[in-house]
Ligand binder design. Structure first.
Ligand code: IMP
Length: 197
């Protein structure tokens, strides 16, 4: 299937394209007049609410255009740190752009309990239906920034299904084989490929 991913984050598009290509789906960015959509993110308690708001906004943007019948993907993700009560969670974008990764390391500097998880909610709009899947990736917050691949919090997140490196030290294929996004998108693909979708 040909899927249009509504996001301004090109890293997410390339990860999704690589995850879904072997499963028979082609992913391209959704562009409205040549630009990715800019969503108004509701100040929400959970990433589910944000993802559902994004799919509603994306549908409205394509309504009445030649893309109206396209299959559209949106997702919302966040980093949930156990010792901080799940912070930054739904505020992950804001926190990354304000205190940044050094600020998170500072908040965690005296904290021995470093467990955390990434969560993704992926939503697909297809033929008037909405399919939602979640993906999580457990791990821990590193003591320092390591690696320069990936994006966002990757340089401070060590997935427990990995070998001790941060996501920022992994190739995109390594990261996606165990990541929250990889898991959510594989689950979506299974639903898309099932006859009773
Ligand atoms: P959003 O889903 O684009 O709203 O992302 C929320 C925040 O989580 C942003 O600060 C992203 O950079 C970060 N983020 C989302 N996905 C990932 C990931 O796969 N690795 C690292 N950071 C991520």
């Amino acid at each position: 299937m040909h899927i249009l991913f509504a996001t301004g984050n090109e890293h997410k598009v390339s990860e999704a394209a690589a995850i879904l290509a072997p499963l028979g789906h082609e992913v391209e960015p959704l562009l409205i007049q040549g630009n990715p959509p800019e969503f108004i993110e509701p100040q929400a308690e959970g990433i589910e609410e944000v993802a559902l708001s994004k799919i509603e906004q994306a549908r409205e943007l394509v309504m009445g255009t030649k893309l109206e019948d396209s299959i559209i993907l949106v997702e919302d993700s966040g980093l949930f740190i156990d010792a901080l009560g799940g912070f930054p969670g739904p505020y992950s974008s804001y926190v990354e752009s304000t205190i940044g990764l050094p600020g998170i390391l500072q908040l965690m500097s005296a904290e021995p309990e470093r467990g955390a998880e990434f969560r993704t909610i992926a939503v697909i709009s297809i033929e008037g239906n909405t399919i939602t899947e979640t993906g999580t990736c457990r791990g821990k917050i590193s003591k320092q920034l390591s690696g320069d691949t990936g994006f966002g919090y990757d340089p401070i997140f060590i997935p427990e299904d990995g070998d001790g490196r941060t996501c920022g030290e992994m190739s995109s294929i390594e990261k996606s084989s165990i990541s929250h996004r990889g898991r959510a998108l594989k689950a979506i693909s299974e639903l898309l490929n099932s006859p009773s979708k």
